[in-house]
Design a protein around this ligand. Structure first.
Ligand SMILES: *Cc1c(COP(=O)(O)O)cnc(C)c1O
Length: 373
């Protein structure tokens, strides 16, 4: 039986009537840009993330760009981030004209290694962007301590981590900004592109709202050169409905992960692969992805074996960003970030979405066991 990596249809079908009623209401109102639905979502997400405010935007990528813009970060500035992330984290830094500086990762959590940050701080450094990869918080205490010591802005890339916690605190308002994506495959996804920025200081949400609307402080009066980063009312309305179910979906992801742990332990595969490990600090892991490490150069062969059996799996991410062609002018070379380079060769994500069944997980583990037999 085929096991998809992700199937979004069960979630839609469970909420279909409610969602279509909201869509119909919005179509009748013809109020598609910003407005009360977006304001309502901003309040809900701000509360959910224990933040002081939020600004709905066009995507997670734009959330990162607008946070950098609001801080006036640009040409001549350096921003330190992880080399092991989705492209958008680093693309945002380049898009505002600043220079990305790559740090290596922790081998257990795959998140930016705080120890790798300090040596990269220069007088030009303006910000740090930690990413809460796969739904597990980066080690924020040492990052915040460095930021305080060197007077740096912290922008959390929480695009994969809505509802994740670090030592009891929700991600998104531990640093100055939290950037979230509502891309359909994220834990809280909309019906297209969307995103939001959460803030620790409510004044910054006001500033972001000016930037997202072409820098207008009042209609046709432009204080800044902003852009069109406005979240659609339709997406906001759908997200408000889905948000009410997010904690149940997170619980299902967590219990799916626990079940994998039991199944893999029974299969006795410890010597050939490593399961996702919990951080040494207290976290609420929301499992946007469940990524194992496959040792001894066998990752690609295992991936092909699973694909042949119609079992969904994917590599996030095959090439660290310091080695990407588009960033070669920054001078990155193999060996610069050895942990990330090793993880990129071994990592493989397995189906973890809330509605995947116990039967699905047994099939995934049996297929992996068969490969190593
Ligand atoms: C998805 C993602 C983004 C970008 O979000 P979009 O909504 O697709 O623009 C940025 N950073 C990380 C870590 C992501 O996973």
């Amino acid at each position: 039986m085929a096991v998809p990596l992700l199937d979004l249809r069960p979630q839609y079908h469970a909420l279909k009537n409610e969602i279509l009623a909201e869509v119909a209401e919005l179509c009748e109102s013809q109020r598609f840009i910003l407005g009360p639905k977006v304001e309502k979502l901003e309040e809900e997400i701000s509360d959910y993330c224990q933040a002081a405010g939020a600004c709905g935007v066009t995507s997670g990528s734009d959330a990162l760009i607008i946070a950098l813009m609001a801080e006036g970060i640009g040409r001549g500035d350096e921003v330190i981030t992880t080399t092991f992330t989705f492209f958008a984290t680093v693309g945002a830094i380049s898009r505002v004209g600043a220079t990305p500086v790559f740090a290596d990762i922790d081998p257990k959590t795959f998140n930016i290694d705080p120890k790798s940050i300090e040596a990269k701080i220069t007088p030009r450094t303006k910000a740090i962007i930690p990413v809460h990869l796969f739904g597990q918080a980066a080690d924020m205490d040492p990052i915040m301590a460095l930021a305080e010591k060197h007077n740096l802005i912290v922008i959390e890339d929480a695009c994969q981590a809505i509802g994740a916690e670090y030592k009891g605190k929700r991600v998104g308002a531990i640093g100055d900004y939290g950037c979230f994506s509502f891309f359909p495959s994220k834990n809280l996804g909309c019906f297209g592109d969307g995103g939001i920025v959460t803030v620790k200081d409510a004044e910054k949400a006001k500033l972001l709202k000016i930037f997202r609307n072409h820098g207008q402080s009042e209609t046709y009066i432009h204080r800044y050169i902003g852009g069109n980063f406005r979240l659609d009312a339709l997406q906001a309305a759908i997200l408000s409905i889905k948000l009410r179910h997010l904690d149940d979906w997170t619980k299902a992801r967590q219990s799916n992960a626990a079940e994998y742990e039991t199944l893999f332990a029974q299969a006795g595969l410890e010597s050939v692969l490593t399961l996702p490990s919990k951080a040494d600090y207290e976290v609420r892991h929301i499992y946007n992805q469940y990524s194992i490490l496959v040792h001894d150069g066998k990752r690609d062969a295992l991936k092909a074996h699973l694909a042949a059996k119609n079992i969904g799996c994917a590599i996030y991410y095959p090439l660290p960003l310091h080695l990407q062609e588009c960033f070669q002018s920054l001078g990155g070379k193999p060996g610069d970030c050895p942990v990330a380079e090793k993880v990129a060769n071994e990592i493989l994500a397995l189906p973890i979405y809330p509605e995947a069944t116990a039967e699905n997980r047994r099939e995934v583990v049996a297929a992996i066991q068969e490969f190593f037999a």
